[in-house]
Design a protein around this ligand. Structure first.
Ligand SMILES: Nc1ncnc2c1ncn2[C@@H]1O[C@H](COP(=O)(O)OP(=O)(O)O)[C@@H](O)[C@H]1O
Ligand SMILES: [Mg+2]
Length: 371
């Protein structure tokens, strides 16, 4: 899938702007605070209906303006898709091919974003990695988002109940009913995560080999709060979950919190058998995140049959030449890419794909070739 045309109005520091990107590689350069990330935000918004910067979408509307909109035209393997996103204070409307939609169809349109803050994936807290799992890795699987939603719903109700038991407003016995549902969704969610890891780990290893000239073996390992031996069937996980919940029941009531389950799980990344969270250098962290993003792209293609769009915000030119080449070799000719940079904009590669360069200057974008 690729973006053929983008038009934004009253979006952050853009009053009115049209961009006609290249099919392959697009470079947006400009100094700080000129509007480069704002542009990527607009592309991301039309691909997902959400911003990656803020949950308060009214912030995106230009100051002193009443509304903003983004019109974009995508082309997939089989059709053209027009998306219109309108933002009004406290309100959002999305139209796909002229029809008002509530959500995007599963798996479309795909976008993979790599922003500097993503480096916390390696060194940050478990909640950062769970976010990645739930929002980036998980949704490849058609059932993942549904199961996650159900699990989180029951989790919230269970936590409320634990509080009521603690306050003597409910009997301990009422926990039983919730535990069954909770463990069922939890076991299925956990089993799905394990399946996704199994699918992705050889791919991740292979991509990371490419990026590091086979110097680093990257291993991704799931860390469960349940004492399960992987592989485990859904039934095994379920009975384990039920048993372990009983063991922590007293503590859970005391703290009014569910202490074990997929919402507390984590994963580790190992380079040559050493935990990258502890030993990884800045450069290694960046390469790991790049590996994860490329694996997302390739996995997306396997599942959906389309390549997603790739957005690299202040990331591409920070990679060394070797890794840039490896990235482009893997996805350059397959994926429409948008990169931003405050500095150089040269890509020195064998020209088997096309490049368009744009200059971003306080909310205006100029294609340098058309100047
Ligand atoms: N709602 C808004 N209305 C107008 N300008 C905005 C709005 N939100 C952010 N900006 C401006 O956008 C600029 C930042 O743009 P950004 O795309 O993040 O810059 P960069 O080129 O460094 O990536 C800042 O000057 C900021 O003041
Ligand atoms: Mg920026």
């Amino acid at each position: 899938m690729y973006l053929k045309r983008l038009e934004v109005a009253n979006l952050r520091n853009y009053s009115s702007q049209v961009v006609v990107p290249d099919l392959f590689f697009n470079i947006f350069s400009g100094s700080n605070a000129m509007g480069k990330t704002n542009l990527l935000e607009a592309i991301y918004l039309s691909c997902t209906g959400k911003s990656f910067r803020t949950p308060r979408e009214s912030e995106i509307i230009s100051w002193q303006k009443e509304f903003s909109y983004i019109n974009s035209l995508f082309e997939t393997n089989t059709r053209q898709v027009e998306v219109r996103v309108e933002l009004l204070p406290g309100k959002k409307r999305i139209e796909v091919n002229g029809v008002l939609t509530r959500g995007y169809p599963q798996g479309w349109p795909g976008v993979v974003l790599f922003k500097p803050e993503d480096l916390v994936l390696v060194k940050g807290s478990p909640s950062e990695r769970r976010r990645f799992l739930d929002l980036e890795f998980g949704p490849f699987h058609p059932q993942y988002s549904y199961l996650l939603g159900q699990y989180n719903r029951v989790l919230m109700q269970r936590n409320n109940l634990l509080r009521e038991i603690k306050d003597n407003k409910e009997k301990i016995s009422s926990l039983q009913v919730w535990n069954e549902q909770f463990c069922q969704y939890g076991a299925r969610l956990l089993s799905l995560r394990i399946e996704i890891f199994k699918l992705l780990s050889p791919l991740i290893r292979d991509i990371h080999h490419d990026l590091t000239g086979a110097k680093e073996d990257l291993d991704i390992r799931y860390l469960s709060t349940l004492k399960i031996n992987i592989p485990a069937s859904v039934e095994d996980i379920y009975s384990r979950f039920v048993k372990e919940l009983q063991e922590v029941e007293e503590e859970e009531i005391k703290r009014s919190q569910t202490l074990i389950g997929p919402h507390r799980d984590d994963f580790s990344l190992y380079i040559n058998n050493r935990d990258a969270r502890i030993y990884g250098s800045q450069g290694q962290q960046r390469t790991i995140v790049l590996t994860l993003k490329i694996s997302q792209i390739l996995q997306w293609h396997k599942e959906i049959g389309e390549y997603p769009i790739l957005l690299l915000d202040d990331v591409f030119f920070e990679l060394d030449e070797k890794r840039r080449r490896a990235l482009l070799k893997r996805v350059g000719c397959l994926v429409q890419t948008f990169v931003t940079t405050t500095g150089e904009n040269k890509v020195t590669l064998k020209d088997d794909f096309t490049v368009k360069r744009f200059i971003v200057h306080t909310g205006r974008i100029v294609n340098t070739e058309e100047e």
